[in-house]
Design a protein around this ligand. Structure first.
Ligand SMILES: [Zn+2]
Length: 338
């Protein structure tokens, strides 16, 4: 079979098309302390500076052998863009959202007409441009917080009550976040991203039930997926936790692949989807952080034997994970011919 560039191989594998072998990638954050020490670009600066962000993203390729580069490393820039407060990160910890700013319809209205070219969103897009100029053959993954979890960050804990008791308000917040996510995704693609990862941790049918998932989450993801498909860009949706029962609903957005965590049984997951590929599954804590290269290789091989389409961490890589473990996952993936 023809040799593919890593970019072609990933796009084809994501779409379930024939390829020579499995790509070695992560759809979730890749930054670790060992990579920071090796490449000289570290958190928290690498979350704020486009050059440093690109340097640390490159380390996943140069230090670990991953066949893609991906930014950013956290999921707080989106809420920060809309005015939420941020708890600063450290070298080992990503920044996180700590205040919520949307309580009323007026709060939503006042945030319409935003300028996508401002804030850390702009830095992330600049970093994508640097990576795209540097690597013509590697996939350039742009990642962003999904519209449902962004709405939750903006509203706070009241969000889950609001979707039940204030449907007009909830829909207005979602309309705002969808508009933002589509514009942001398009800007990342303008800058060179060819793979779009939507991290929507709390958009889980397990949390909100199937009806609300169908009503609020599926159309939101579909809007992003449609915009990306129109530009030939593949999409991956990641929702945390056991998503087994909602995988069929998740693929209704049209997303190319679904990233699942370690609580999802791969063989069962494969039986729940008709088209979308199933990705991920390696436990970032018990296996990739706390395990050793031998145990990582064993767990990775089991997920491959169970039929995972592309092996990857089941959620964000823990910053203290050893390079040797991450390499063991990548090396095991590369050995697999479909
Ligand atoms: Zn997750």
């Amino acid at each position: 079979m023809a040799e593919y560039t890593p970019k072609e191989r990933l796009a084809r594998a994501l779409r379930g098309e024939p390829v020579d072998r499995m790509p070695a990638v992560s759809f979730t954050q890749t930054g670790t302390v060992e990579q920071m020490d090796a490449c000289g670009a570290a958190w928290p600066e690498a979350n704020e500076d486009a050059e440093k962000m690109a340097t640390l993203a490159s380390a996943a390729h140069t230090e670990l052998g991953f066949e893609a580069v991906r930014v950013p490393f956290d999921i707080s820039a989106e809420a920060e863009f809309f005015g939420c407060g941020i708890k600063a990160g450290t070298k080992e910890q990503q920044p996180s959202v700590n205040t919520h700013v949307v309580k009323t319809m007026e709060d939503v209205e006042s945030r319409k007409g935003f300028d996508i070219n401002t804030g850390r969103i702009g830095t992330i897009c600049e970093s994508i441009k640097i990576l795209a100029d540097k690597y013509s053959e590697l996939p350039i993954m742009g990642s962003m917080l999904g519209p449902f979890s962004l709405a939750q960050h903006m509203v706070g804990d009241d969000w889950f009550m609001a979707i039940m008791t204030e449907p007009d308000f909830a829909q207005a917040v979602m309309d705002l976040t969808i508009d933002f996510n589509v514009q942001y995704a398009n800007k990342m693609v303008d800058n060179g991203a060819d793979t779009m990862v939507i991290i929507d941790p709390t958009a889980s049918a397990m949390l909100i039930g199937e009806e609300y998932f169908k009503q609020l989450v599926v159309p939101a993801h579909k809007a992003i997926v449609d915009a990306m498909e129109a530009r030939g860009v593949t999409t991956v949706v990641h929702i945390c936790g056991d998503t087994t029962l909602s995988l069929g609903l998740m693929e209704e957005s049209g997303c190319t692949g679904i990233s699942v965590d370690q609580t999802v049984d791969i063989a069962t997951a494969k039986s729940k989807v008709s088209r979308a590929t199933i990705l991920g599954n390696i436990d970032p804590v018990a296996v990739l952080w706390k395990g050793n290269p031998e145990s990582v290789a064993e767990v990775t091989q089991k997920a491959i034997d169970d039929g995972v389409d592309i092996i990857a961490p089941g959620c964000g890589i823990v910053s203290k994970s050893p390079n040797a473990n991450l390499k063991a996952m990548a090396d095991t993936a590369k050995k697999h011919t479909y």
